[in-house]
Design a protein around this ligand. Structure first.
Ligand code: ADP
Length: 434
């Protein structure tokens, strides 16, 4: 499989025309760096085959179980993964239909954890039988927070007041917005630590998850500010006040990516038939486990039973950044008796779902097929951002189903039994999932 033309320009004829065996030898000896194979051969598949063989010889380990064939290595070059030697297979299950805002979705979930798909599917069934779920996007904006240092705290505060002043917003936005048609500055939130200023920029990102876009926008503003504040030292484009891929109260409170809330009223007879439980037991369990229990644990965004199980399975299937599961799984699950105590109102509130339908891993063939199944592949033609917002709603709707089903399983004492049934017979089921 040929690599892109820009790579092919660098092909070294002496190397590319040599036999595979000779090149493997050169890699083993360190004469050709493993990372340079794609560039020197101009053939991505061949580069992977040779790197893999050299690795097996160096380590004296077999990669037999790791497939080589059946993957387009050109599609990941300089974008998704460096120095590939194969690919890991993760099964994709489907759950659904999820009836959400009057539309039906079949949700792809990539996981090697038994029960997750089956349990989510059961949740969907209960939600469907109760008339469906309703969702709302409360906020949509990706963030990046640069850190800069001044000779004094008062100078750092001077810039903070400049950024806080609404009359300066348009100047900042003009700088920020100039590198993308989709990144539009929403605001800047500042925090001071002595002489250091942390500036959390937030912007819309169309259908992209948006880390690249927001970072470019912040760079534009920093270049502008450097002229206005010559004594400003730029320490880092990211000062962790963003906060990306780390648990942080800022995301839990202010949101990052899409903030979503999803709710449903589950009927008494559905609770009985589908979930073998009742409103009072679920409400009490939710209070003791998801609210009080998580408070006792000092949880940060973890007021739920297993949101991350569902979030990570959908993230992997649809090409999201799995490391962003950290904050994307922040969720508070609420349960309340309604309709004279007969039915259950359940909701999940998730302030930082970071998803995109264009860019990153979303364009790869398998992930793109999963996005297509949901009807959210690529950029929305009607309204930029509509696809990624819908994906966030689907994530929230699926988490709602997962919460309902797992909590019901615990309430009715089914958890151990269901794990025994779905492939857990040799494992300690008390350690699974919840
Ligand atoms: P990210 O910012 O999530 O890392 P990328 O920069 O990898 O995303 O991908 C976004 C790219 O896709 C940008 O170059 C952007 O101009 C382009 N693009 C095309 N249509 C859209 C759209 N509807 N929403 C967002 N980006 C879009």
């Amino acid at each position: 499989m040929a690599c892109s033309p820009s790579i092919s320009d660098h092909i070294i004829p002496a190397v590319s025309s040599a036999e595979d065996e000779e090149i493997v030898d050169l890699v083993v000896k360190g004469t050709i760096p493993s990372y340079a194979l794609e560039e020197q051969l101009g053939d991505c598949k061949r580069a992977v085959r040779i790197r893999r063989e050299a690795l097996q010889r160096i380590t004296r380990r077999s990669l037999q179980g790791l497939p080589l064939d059946g993957f387009d290595y050109g599609s990941i070059l300089k974008q998704c993964c460096e120095m590939p030697v194969g690919y890991v297979q993760i099964p994709v299950g489907i759950a659904g239909p999820l009836l959400l805002d009057s539309f039906e979705y079949i949700v792809p979930m990539a996981t090697t954890e038994g029960c997750i798909v089956a349990s989510t599917n059961r949740g969907f069934k209960g939600i469907y039988a109760s008339g469906g779920a309703t969702s709302t996007i409360l906020r949509d904006g990706m963030t990046r927070a640069a850190v800069v240092r001044f000779p004094s705290a008062s100078r750092a505060c001077h810039l903070k007041f400049f950024l806080d002043n609404p009359s300066n917003f348009q100047t900042l936005a003009d700088e920020f917005n100039k590198s993308s048609n989709f990144a539009r500055l929403q605001g800047v939130q500042c925090s001071i630590a002595g002489k250091n200023l942390y500036m959390r920029f937030s912007c819309t990102t169309g259908d992209a998850m948006g880390m690249n876009m927001v970072s470019k926008g912040v760079e534009n503003v920093l270049a502008y500010l450097r002229n206005e504040y010559p004594d400003m030292d730029i320490i880092s484009i990211s000062g962790n006040f963003c906060s990306d891929k780390k648990p942080a109260a800022i995301n839990w409170i202010e949101g990052r990516g899409k903030s979503a809330v999803c709710e449903a009223v589950i009927k008494e007879e559905v609770l009985k038939k589908v979930f073998r439980t009742n409103v009072a037991t679920l409400v009490e369990l939710n209070m003791l486990k998801n609210l009080a229990g998580s408070a006792v644990a000092g949880a940060l965004g973890g007021f739920n039973a297993h949101a991350s199980n569902i979030v990570s399975a959908i993230f992997i299937a649809t090409g999201q950044d799995p490391a962003q599961n950290v904050e994307s799984s922040h969720c508070i699950t609420m349960m309340e008796a309604v309709n004279d105590g007969k039915d259950l109102h359940i909701s999940v509130t998730m302030p930082s779902i970071e998803v995109g339908t264009i860019g990153g891993g979303t364009q790869l063939a398998s992930q793109s097929a999963c996005l297509d199944l949901l009807g959210v592949k690529g950029a929305s033609k009607e309204l930029p951002g509509a696809n990624s917002r819908l994906l966030a709603k689907i994530v929230a709707g699926s988490v709602l189903a997962g919460e309902l089903s797992l909590m019901a399983a615990i309430a009715s004492g089914q958890l151990v039994q269901s794990h025994m049934k779905y492939n857990r017979s040799t494992k300690d089921v008390s350690k699974v999932g919840s």
